[in-house]
Design a protein around this ligand. Structure first.
Ligand SMILES: Nc1nc2c(ncn2[C@@H]2O[C@H](COP(=O)(O)OP(=O)(O)OP(=O)(O)O)[C@@H](O)[C@H]2O)c(=O)[nH]1
Ligand SMILES: [Mg+2]
Length: 391
């Protein structure tokens, strides 16, 4: 089973209570306070685990509770720290706070990234911690603080470089299987694929692209007809969309008509979504009617069209080459060059920051038009890297 939307209750551990206790020994009748502190409660931590592909390990309405901290004891014994609870979720999981208008707490879109979803409560201090020179016998201790508690909506939004969009039976899974080992089931009936399946393609230059087989769209998908939202959600995060058309026009369909309607569905779900279409995979070109449809299609659209017989792997390499190039170019343009700090010093009262980016040196001075206040800068991290004398 594949689950991509689930509600869970999350509760971090409470801190343990502090203890009130006094040293009592045979020859020490009036011993000092020795009540230990309570241990901190464990936190609930979500981890984006690449080995997890669906939220199926969690049950709807499941309670996810981290361990409480132990209470403090006499003889200065502190309570044990509650253990943190790590919960594996698939990369691409969006975490929302149900009690706060589905406010988005985080988006675990980076594999291996983790976030403390609910912070464990701090342990209370025992009476030993309250002793002062004035009050040597404090009869006072703190209770542990409660751990954070949340009701969450987890939603998985597939992350892939390319998304295959098409009507049921167009041949999306057949294509993906022909180029990757996705193992998507193919069959001659619609809705064979019910969940997004991501195939990975490795290239000889050690780059890789991922292609998601997004289940068949139907008219009205934007209104959630045919589980439309369930499918469309996974297109939101795919930067390159490929329209997969059945050029045969099986079941009385017309590929040109399909193209118009697919575009329409995307736009109705989210304005501008259809701008992400980068090509048309004109499939099932193994039929005489297909050639004629292809000619008509060429006149109707400016998108690059690749005629393909997915079933025979005919033409699929050209498609891969095109997608590979496109994805890599997009990725390259997104790389941010973070400037490297070389030096900070004062010059005539102004703070000057020397930076290096892309092999070029440049300097910023507080005399320049900064849109932040130099005094507000946190230099601590910078100072670690540079010579104290120069500052
Ligand atoms: N003639 C012909 N049939 C094809 C070709 N590619 C796929 N098919 C057939 O079309 C049918 C549907 O293929 P799928 O890959 O399951 O289609 P899909 O788009 O994944 O369909 P859903 O998962 O239902 O959305 C299967 O019977 C395939 O064998 C092709 O190039 N030529
Ligand atoms: Mg399929």
């Amino acid at each position: 089973m594949f689950v991509d939307r689930i509600k869970v209750y999350v509760k971090a551990g409470n801190g343990g209570n502090g203890c009130i206790s006094f040293r009592r020994e045979k020859y020490v009748p009036k011993g000092g306070p020795n009540g230990g502190n309570g241990g901190d409660g464990g936190s609930v931590i979500f981890v984006a685990d690449p080995g997890t592909s669906s939220l199926v390990d969690l049950k709807f309405n499941q309670h996810i509770d981290a361990e409480h901290g132990g209470h403090g004891l006499g003889s200065d014994m502190h309570g044990n720290r509650g253990e943190d609870l790590y919960v594996k979720v698939p990369p691409g999981t969006v975490v929302m706070d149900i009690n706060n208008d589905n406010y988005q707490i985080c988006d675990l879109d980076e594999p291996e990234s983790e976030i403390v979803i609910a912070q464990g409560g701090k342990g209370g201090r025992g009476n030993r911690s309250f002793a002062t020179s004035i009050n040597r016998v404090p009869r006072q201790a703190e209770e542990g603080y409660p751990g954070e508690e949340l009701v969450l909506l987890l939603e998985l939004k597939t992350i892939a470089d390319v998304g295959l969009v098409g009507y049921p039976n167009a041949g999306k899974s057949t294509f993906l299987n022909s180029v990757s080992n996705s193992g998507a089931k193919t069959a001659s009936y619609p809705f064979t694929t019910l969940n997004p399946i991501v195939g990975t393609i490795d290239f000889p230059d050690f780059t890789r692209i991922t292609i998601a087989d997004i289940p068949g769209l139907v008219e009205g998908a934007h209104e959630n007809i045919g589980l439309g939202h369930h499918f469309l959600r996974h297109i939101e995060r795919t930067n390159n969309l490929v329209y997969v058309l059945d050029m045969n026009g099986t079941d009385g369909r017309d590929p040109l008509d399909d193209l118009v309607k697919l575009k329409e569905e995307l736009e109705l779900y989210e304005e501008g979504l259809s701008d992400r279409a980068c090509m048309i995979l004109a499939n099932k070109m193994d039929n005489p009617a297909s050639e004629e449809n292809l000619e008509r299609l060429r006149k109707e659209t400016d998108l690059t069209i690749f005629p393909v017989i997915a079933e025979l792997r005919d033409g699929v390499d050209e498609v891969l080459e095109f997608l590979h190039k496109r994805v890599m170019e997009l990725k390259k343009s997104k790389v941010k060059h973070v400037p490297k700090l070389k030096n900070i010093y004062r010059k005539e009262g102004a703070v000057v920051v020397d930076l290096e980016a892309d092999g070029d040196d440049f300097a910023l001075s507080s005399d320049d038009d900064f849109d932040f206040d130099v005094e507000d800068l946190d230099y601590d991290d910078f100072y670690d890297d540079i010579d104290e004398d120069e500052v």
